[in-house]
Design a protein around this ligand. Structure first.
Ligand code: SF4
Ligand code: SF4
Length: 183
């Protein structure tokens, strides 16, 4: 297989034959594995022997999460070259599968993030993840920024005591009440 990833043909994704229970996008590593199998005409051997280390999916082509420590010193420049990053730098950032897919899609789209976003090849296994987000997790958790927006801005001590908050407190005996409070 050529060093350049062969994306000059229409992806024939295994999603076209997915079973009825696969209504959701597959797990990201499974999608990568399928994509690599498509890339190698279905040959598991060719995927294993893939020499395209510059492909952002290369380290996870076997469908397994790579150990970043194995690549931390690797100076291989990842595609797309418009987004300069070495394999070692990618490892230092944790080797996110979604980010690898994002890079792969931008590379597939001639280096254009806009083109990747408007990709119409819905049968491609990477299509649901081309924005670098997992649609299976929509509505679950949130970014640090989003969580900061919805987190209470005041501590409990600063919150005013509501009548309902105080209803379990023992009553103050009448002779211990603040004399400034009218009976
Ligand atoms: S890593 Fe996967 S997608 Fe990339 S060139 Fe190799 S087989 Fe193809
Ligand atoms: S989903 Fe990504 S890899 Fe698949 S055809 Fe579209 S841009 Fe290319």
């Amino acid at each position: 297989m050529d060093e350049q990833a062969p994306f000059d043909r229409e992806p024939q994704s295994s999603l076209t034959t997915r079973t009825p229970d696969e209504t959701r996008a597959p797990p990201t590593l499974k999608a990568v594995r399928r994509h690599c199998l498509w890339c190698c005409n279905g040959s598991t051997n060719e995927v294993a022997l893939c020499p395209a280390r510059r492909c952002p999916l290369w380290a996870m082509r076997m469908g397994k999460r790579p150990d970043p420590a194995d690549y931390i010193d690797d100076q291989t420049k990842l595609y797309p070259l418009e987004m300069p990053m070495t394999l070692g730098e990618f490892a230092a950032k944790g080797m996110s599968t979604l980010q690898a897919i994002r890079r792969r899609c931008i590379d597939c789209s001639g280096g254009s993030a806009i083109e990747a976003g408007t990709c119409s090849v819905r049968i491609c296994d990477l299509h649901p993840f081309r924005f670098g987000r997992n649609p299976n997790r929509t509505g679950i958790g949130g970014s640090a920024e989003a969580m900061a927006r919805i987190r209470p801005q005041r501590t409990l001590a600063e919150l005013p005591i509501q009548a309902s908050d105080d209803e379990n407190q023992p009553e103050t005996p009448e002779d211990e009440r603040d004399p400034g409070i009218a009976a």
